[in-house]
Ligand binder design. Structure first.
Ligand SMILES: Cc1cc2nc3c(=O)[nH]c(=O)nc-3n(C[C@H](O)[C@H](O)[C@H](O)COP(=O)(O)OP(=O)(O)OC[C@H]3O[C@@H](n4cnc5c(N)ncnc54)[C@H](O)[C@@H]3O)c2cc1C
Length: 371
């Protein structure tokens, strides 16, 4: 019998396992291979940008990033493009550009050896028992059962545990994110956010990553494929160029528009990270929320199992408030007129001076803006 069974070893599950692994008897399950050389390993569809809030959480954990989890280049500029109004601005913001799979593996490497890991192992369902939970897993084709006092769901946006707990799919707005890694020699060193209500009521992006241009967008599921094709057409019109498509991926993405879309779990089940809807509704930034929920649950369990759920809900209040405020911010960002006025005013934007202006020769990866 385990004290804790954690379903999902993404940033939320792996961080939580690291924090509690020495104190409790823990089982960590993930359907992906996760470890180096495992054929079942797939990379999560993700922009892989570590935003300032997530960097702050790493500093709270006392962690520094090893070089091998970084991709190139590191980013200091966000470019916002309003496609229908042909407006564009640059803003200063500091992102660490990550290789997402290497980042996930690094988080797992820090999980204490005492934690029992089952990778390539899928969670199916749970049943309640007098002293906890019986969980059904398929491990390399074999059906196995395990028992745990507490069930921790860190299984992402389409959480099987949450669906069983709530008896229905999440009521939060769910988007299909589609992303392609395109071969490209000259890519502007910006994270670009593109807004076009004809494509999506959320947003699309381009990210330079290790000689690739990552193009993605979060779309309403019924129109995802068509909207993604139209996004690429828009990018060609804006002057972007690329070669072969190296990889195409898709994932569901939560967008918690109301506090009611968030959940800490109940009745012995705790929800972490995106499984509980903990993700920014304005930017889809999710690493900091994965880390914060993991830390909150570890702190809630610190005095013991008794009453942990009440403490966890209490520790998550500031995070729920943060998501409430982000929703207010989202109203301004995603309102076409307000966005257009902000971009037109140039408020808080930056005006980079290309090297060309001083030396006559362009910086190696500088490409002038196209609109
Ligand atoms: C396209 C896209 C781009 C994004 N870009 C960024 C970004 O640049 N920066 C940022 O901060 N956030 C970004 N996010 C959000 C970020 O990826 C998530 O918020 C973050 O990964 C959440 O971590 P998590 O551990 O809660 O869930 P996940 O990372 O989704 O991990 C869940 C884990 O559970 C496992 N799992 C799922 N179901 C089962 C099952 N039945 N049995 C066993 N295991 C299971 C999965 O294999 C996975 O490893 C992006 C999201 C998307 C979709």
């Amino acid at each position: 019998m385990y004290d804790l069974a954690i379903i999902g070893a993404g940033p939320a599950g792996a961080t939580f396992a690291r924090l509690v692994g020495e104190k409790f008897k823990v089982l960590l399950v993930d359907c992906r291979g996760m470890t180096e050389g495992n054929a079942a390993t797939t990379e999560k569809c993700c922009g892989g940008l570590l935003a300032p809030d997530a960097q702050r959480m790493l500093s709270r954990f006392g962690l520094g990033l090893p070089k091998h989890v970084l991709a190139e280049p590191q980013l200091f500029v966000v470019q916002a493009i309003d496609i229908p109004r042909s407006r564009k601005r640059l803003y200063q913001r500091f992102y660490l550009n990550l290789d997402r799979l290497a980042f996930d593996r690094w988080l797992i490497e820090m999980v204490p050896c005492r934690v029992e890991r089952r990778f390539g192992c899928r969670f199916h369902k749970y049943a309640r028992e007098p002293d906890g939970f019986r969980i059904e897993l398929s491990d390399g084709g074999r059906q196995v059962e395990e028992k745990a006092r507490i069930l921790v769901a860190a299984d992402g946006a389409f959480s099987s545990v949450r669906r069983q707990l709530e008896g229905r799919p999440s009521s939060s707005a769910v988007y299909t994110a589609v992303q392609e890694h395109l071969q490209a020699d000259s890519v502007p060193p910006y994270f670009t956010a593109l807004f076009d209500p004809a494509l999506t009521d959320y947003y699309c992006w381009t990210i330079p990553k290790d000689n690739c241009l990552v193009v993605g967008g979060a779309f309403r599921p019924q129109r995802a494929r068509e909207s993604f094709s139209r996004l690429k057409e828009q990018l060609l019109r804006l002057g972007y160029r690329w070669g072969e498509t190296l990889r195409r991926e898709a994932a569901l993405l939560q967008r918690p528009r109301k506090i009611a879309h968030l959940s800490a779990g109940r009745q012995g089940i705790a929800l972490l990270g995106e499984a509980g809807g903990w993700i920014s509704p304005s930017s889809a930034e999710g690493f900091s929320y994965a880390f914060r929920t993991a830390l909150a649950l570890a702190e809630a369990l610190h005095p013991g199992v008794e009453g942990f759920q009440r403490r966890y809900r209490h520790y998550l209040r500031p995070l729920a408030w943060n998501i409430f405020l982000k929703n207010l911010k989202a109203r301004a960002i995603f309102h076409p007129t307000l966005r257009s006025l902000t971009l037109r005013s140039g408020w808080r934007s930056v005006h980079p001076q290309p090297q060309e202006a001083f030396t006559g020769s362009p910086a190696p990866n500088y490409r002038p803006p196209d609109i």
